[in-house]
Design a protein around this ligand. Structure first.
Ligand code: SF4
Length: 374
């Protein structure tokens, strides 16, 4: 099984925290989407021949800026050129784009899962983030989506907004859970250098929340979701047991995927590759039927380390038997001292030859993975 990721690199506004690849100039959108269709055809042999496409994911940027006709154009090309056994077609969306009509149209062409960027239900926070939607639109959107027939829904929420206490975050979580989305992805507000927040921090006009404050909000998130029956199946992802995201789960489990569009990454099961993150360059090269794709050859150690990094973040943990069978690496022996230290610190535990993060360990996941890297 494999996946296709389509990166739609346009947004209405630049959110102040965001460092994804996107442009707020949509004048190139029509041609770029057309050329993404060309890229899909040009790269139809990228994935190993035996791989069947199980998931399609429209990410961005803001895929909900596309009309249903544009989404259908890309889906039709996938249907025509790839072997399919579809289990999930996700589209990332912002609440302000989703009218009842548009939702009906998306559902009718085969999109069956929406990942909706809500981030907060408080207008003052949305304004600070420079989001294009209001809390009122956020409150309406899940009902509208359900009326259009969407059963698989996810919302994104951001924690760690700097304020005097956690009451705002608790109220965001309560509002979200009352809407019962079934799946929530939640990330800490982080300050990336090439963003408005990054500039404000450099100038001294913005003070992010302290690490302790952010960690407390993460713990509130874990406890609240747990109490409502949501499983933390990846550090930032919580779902009811039948609502885990298939595309993302496959990604964390090392399933190959093809990434289409500027900045999209790909993985063929052995090596990674990436498309250049530049809309004009993408258009210029694709017009000439040239790819903007470069391959990053992974050493065996890179592959093992990537597996450690991603799998440790999930509920399925690191399978040391798999590592031994595939690479001849016995992690339990090679990293015995590190594992003893991590277990004694209460950050990981080992069960049936698998390593798992404890709740406390989840706060330190990247540092813990690094200790285990080869
Ligand atoms: S809408 Fe999403 S991709 Fe676009 S700027 Fe905001 S956070 Fe980034």
């Amino acid at each position: 099984m494999a996946g296709i990721y389509l990166h739609i690199p346009f947004c209405k506004k630049a959110c102040h925290y965001c460092d994804f690849h996107f442009s707020t100039n949509s004048s190139m959108m029509t041609e770029l989407i057309h050329l993404m269709g060309e890229e899909l055809i040009l790269r139809k042999d990228y994935l190993p021949k035996y791989e069947v496409i199980q998931t399609i994911y429209f990410g961005g940027g803001t895929p909900s800026l596309l009309s249903a006709e544009q989404v259908r154009y890309l889906l039709d090309i996938v249907h025509e050129h790839y072997p399919l056994q579809l289990g999930e077609v996700t589209l990332e969306a912002n609440p302000d784009d989703l009218s009842a009509k548009k939702l009906d149209d998306y559902r009718a062409i085969g999109v069956d899962r929406l990942s909706i960027g809500i981030q907060s239900f408080r207008d003052e926070v949305l304004t600070f983030y420079n989001r294009a939607h209001t809390s009122e639109e956020s409150l309406q959107v899940l009902n509208l989506a359900r009326k259009a027939g969407f059963e698989k829904l996810s919302i994104d929420l951001i924690y760690g907004y700097p304020e005097k206490d956690h009451s705002g975050w608790k109220s965001d979580l309560e509002t979200a859970l009352n809407l019962d989305p079934g799946h929530i992805s939640s990330y800490a507000l982080t300050v990336e250098p090439k963003t408005a927040l990054g500039n404000w921090v450099k100038k001294g006009t913005f003070q992010p929340a302290s690490e302790d404050f952010v960690a407390e909000e993460f713990e509130i998130l874990q406890e609240t979701m747990d109490a409502k029956g949501y499983v933390q199946y990846e550090i930032s992802n919580f779902g009811k047991p039948d609502a885990f995201a298939l595309h993302n789960t496959n990604y964390w489990r090392g399933v190959p995927y093809l990434g289409i569009g500027p900045s999209a990454h790909s993985y063929d099961g052995t090596n990674r590759g990436r498309n250049r993150a530049h809309n004009s360059a993408y258009i210029t090269q694709l017009r000439e039927r040239q790819l903007v794709f470069t391959i990053e050859n992974l050493s065996e150690a890179d592959r093992i380390n990537e597996y450690l990094l991603t799998s440790l973040r999930t509920i399925w943990g690191v399978d040391t038997t798999f590592l031994f069978q595939r690479y001849g690496v016995d992690l339990l022996v090679e990293k015995v001292k590190e594992l003893e230290f991590l277990q004694a610190s209460g950050w990981i535990y080992v069960r049936d030859s698998r390593l798992y993060l404890t709740r406390q360990g989840m706060l330190l996941a990247d540092g813990i993975s690094e200790k285990l890297f080869l």
